[in-house]
Design a protein around this ligand. Structure first.
Ligand code: PLP
Length: 391
């Protein structure tokens, strides 16, 4: 079956050009980047070129980029690294209720080690409140970590303003930019960012490689004990092919950013407009204006997003739902709960995340299938039947 892929926020396919650059580093140029002889130096050079490419995009120095194994590792390295290196100064960290588990669970782990975490609320569109952020700061606050853009609802946070607050209070500012890199221009100085996490597989690079930006002078502890790799911050032989892929992918993404964003925004708005016009009892989740170009998160009332997802899968369509189904019981997503959705609306959420290869025809196919499936699921939904009777 010809797959229609609408789950680019989960992962993306490696671009041909990226794969082509990576391949020699699996076999031909297999040298360990720490080795001093020729093929080692080839790997080292390729890695440093990638570091430069990442630095070009973020407008920082290559020495401020650390390669990691994934976005989750970058988040762990930033948050635990800063926490451990600055615990003499304070034990308080501020984050939000809508972070990815890579941040939330890292903070929960630190709570078990005696750190205090403030989880900021968000409003009905998913935005943090800047005055709540400022009021949460104490003389023990050592780190503020706020995601650049949310992975479920696509809301883009006021990062520049939050960064400025952190700077004013002399507190390190970390942003999980895993969903933003490849979609939004990011200038670390303009946004007052001290640490930033990214992951290659979200922008048409390979899985299993990420990067952390850490501003020169930021005190953070090493993440992985081992060799001297990554300036002693992350031991372990580097994933040279992956790093080459990350570098190529980020370079291409930012060369084509405007065109890519225009395309995704057009397709996303077309999808949302069609659903709003053609399917009753729906709710668009997240911000209408400040959202990732490819993200559309819509709740379909009276049905389970999970059931819709599974039926779309039978039609060759890949999407994501807003709930994690465990033992037959759907738990509403923490993000949709935080924006104030009641469980029955949160459980009807479907996230569509559009990417480079999608077309208008594919969106039409998606919408037609959603219309049919929603109608069918509602026809057997007791809550819908009750609602209709009561009208
Ligand atoms: N942070 C955000 C916002 C994400 O969306 C993801 C992945 O979905 C991650 C972190 C984790 O990235 P990785 O899958 O590379 O560990």
């Amino acid at each position: 079956m010809n797959i229609k892929y609408f789950d680019h926020a989960a992962t993306t396919a490696v671009r041909e050009e990226v794969l082509k650059e990576m391949i020699p580093y699996f076999s031909l140029n297999y040298g360990n980047a720490s080795s001093l002889y020729g093929i080692g130096r080839i790997s080292k050079k390729a890695m440093e070129e990638s570091r430069q490419k990442v630095a070009n995009v973020l407008h920082c120095e290559p020495s401020e980029i650390y390669f990691t194994g994934c976005g989750s590792e970058s988040d762990n390295m930033a948050i635990k690294g800063v926490a451990m290196a600055n615990k003499e100064k304070g034990n308080h960290i501020i984050t939000t209720k809508i972070e990815h588990p890579a941040v939330i669970n890292t903070c929960k782990a630190l709570e078990r080690d005696g750190f205090e975490i403030t989880y900021l609320n968000v409003d009905s569109e998913g935005f943090i409140c800047l005055s709540e952020l400022e009021n949460a700061i104490t003389d023990k606050t050592i780190l503020i970590s706020i995601m650049f853009a949310n992975n479920e609802i696509g809301t883009i946070e006021p990062i520049r303003e939050a960064g400025l607050i952190a700077k004013k209070h002399n507190i390190y500012f970390h942003t999980d930019a895993v969903q933003a890199i490849g979609n939004l221009p990011i200038h670390v100085d303009d946004f007052h960012i001290d640490l930033l996490s990214m992951s290659a597989h979200k922008f048409y690079g390979p899985k299993g490689v990420g990067a952390l930006y850490a501003r020169t002078g930021v005190k953070f502890e090493r993440f992985l004990d081992g060799g001297h790799q990554e300036k002693n911050k992350r031991g372990g032989t580097e994933n040279v092919a992956g790093i080459v892929g990350l570098g190529k992918a980020i370079e291409l993404a930012y060369q084509e950013l405007d065109e890519y964003n225009d395309k995704l925004t057009r397709l996303r708005d077309y999808y949302i407009q069609r659903i709003e016009k053609e399917v009753p009892y729906i709710k668009v989740n997240g911000s209408r204006t400040k959202r990732l170009p490819g993200n559309a998160n819509i709740s379909f009332q009276f049905i389970e997003g999970e059931s819709l997802l599974l039926k779309l899968d039978l039609k060759g369509i890949c999407t994501s739902s807003g709930s994690a189904c465990s033992s037959g019981e759907a738990t509403p997503s923490h993000v949709l709960t935080a924006i104030g959705l009641p469980a029955e609306i949160a459980n009807g959420a479907l996230r569509v995340s559009i990417g480079a290869e999608n077309t208008k025809e594919e969106i039409d196919y998606l919408v037609e299938n959603i219309k049919q499936i929603v109608e069918q699921l509602r026809s057997i939904s007791p809550s819908y039947q009750e609602f209709i009777k009561g009208k």
